[in-house]
Design a protein around this ligand. Sequence first.
Ligand code: FRU
Length: 510
Amino acid sequence: MRFLLVIAALTMLFSVALSQYDEKHRQQIHFSPPSMWMNDPNGMVYHNGEYHLFYQYYPKDTVWGPMHWGHAVSRDLVRWENLPVALAPDKLGYIFSGNAVVDVNNSAGFKNSQNLPLVAMFTYHDPDGDKAGRTDYQYQAIAVSNDNGRTWSKYDKNPVIPNREKLRDFRDPKVFWHEETKRWIVSLAVGDHIRFYSSENLKDWALASSFGKGIGAQTGVWECPDLFPLKVEGTNETKWVLLVSINPGSPLGGSATQYFVGDFDGKTFRSSDPPQTIRWLDYGRDNYAGVTWTNAPKGRTIFLGWMSNWDYAQQVPTSPWRSAMTLPRDLSLKKTPNGIQLFQTFSKEVDSLRSSPMFRVGGKTVEGKLALGRSQQPMADILLEFDLSKSTSSEFGLEASNGAGESMRIGYDARSKILYTDRSKAGKADFSDKFVKGRHPSSRKEQKPLLKLRLIFDASSVEVIADDGETAFTDTFFPSEPLTTFGLYSEGGPARLLSARGWRMKSIWR
Ligand code: FRU
């Protein structure tokens, strides 16, 4: 047994050491595993100065398989240290998504050292039950770490929430401490709705309520819920946000994340919107299964998503790893003419990755093309401001290109008033006929005279935040050479550029 453990540890160390994070398409400012398959972020908890990131991981292949929890930690949210696998499958099943909390009051009684215990809650998925056609093959379990997340022991009386009702989809626990009722609350995804359970000790759980049947986007399976409170900016009001990932069901196909804004009294969540309202967290195609960090410092609500889409995640042309996470984003709530909306900005730690300035341009009229700048590497942080009231162009935007004639466009279509990304000419796309689809339906419902965009490029992705956080979209692409030339374009008339600033960015792995 000890011999096997040594071999396992050496294999892990070796694979970490072998990866230089310099392969083609390898993300330089986003977390990705050293090798093999990754999907959802899991167990995100801030504790003792460290942000923990666990993730759905299959250490033996670059496609989905028996799920483990991979593990990395960061002190600054952007530079990551890879650690050994935290949880591996056992006779109860694969380790599906879930989260982790700090059990400050030792409510579960797991404390056995000076350290505060971390308790992870996750779904067991029993592949044999699935194959045998049963529907009770997913149930919830817990594990504890008394050494700041370095090693984990599963609870010997798992599962803590069995699947007596034989619910086919019954997964992705996200636990938090509800101070007012002095109880742990867990949200669980159950096919077409969310259930909330409560507990005093993380072991004994009682059903509190359910939410969502017939509400919001319903064309796919609900997954990875996350319920958290946020102050509505500029008021004393607190609202609760419920994130729910759905697959399929995205407006452009495959995976996407919707959210609800409402109230939660410790038992029941009620949305403030009419049932048919659908709000998307991100209008791009590659931001799924994202949730927020537990215990983030200074009352921050920090989100991280999986930067892929089940439509093609297992076919993307990367090796020896697949998938990356989004950049961390701080969430807030604001009143808008379209009701209370979730806003997101890149977490301020991302700014520390800026290196040399690439361009700074002000007050220009763009007609046709306007070169901005070049870099050696594809990572770039770009701020753009356009005056729509002085633009008659039918569409304009930013283009990132390479010498091989490939380009990625992020633009504004003035005729239909949508922001879009266009990856149809951005490189390899033949690995899946679902990869390139039309433009994003991210309409700017409220017409503002200014259009502000922040775009962050990496080797194979762009994340866009528009209108100071009101709209976000995230997309991956796979060019044959890095896209390192940046410029503006305007078609069908001039566009008025107020300012454009760009910075090169440093790799987090060097
Ligand atoms: C979401 C998801 C979760 C599940 C996990 C399995 O992408 O399907 O519902 O727990 O992935 O890897």
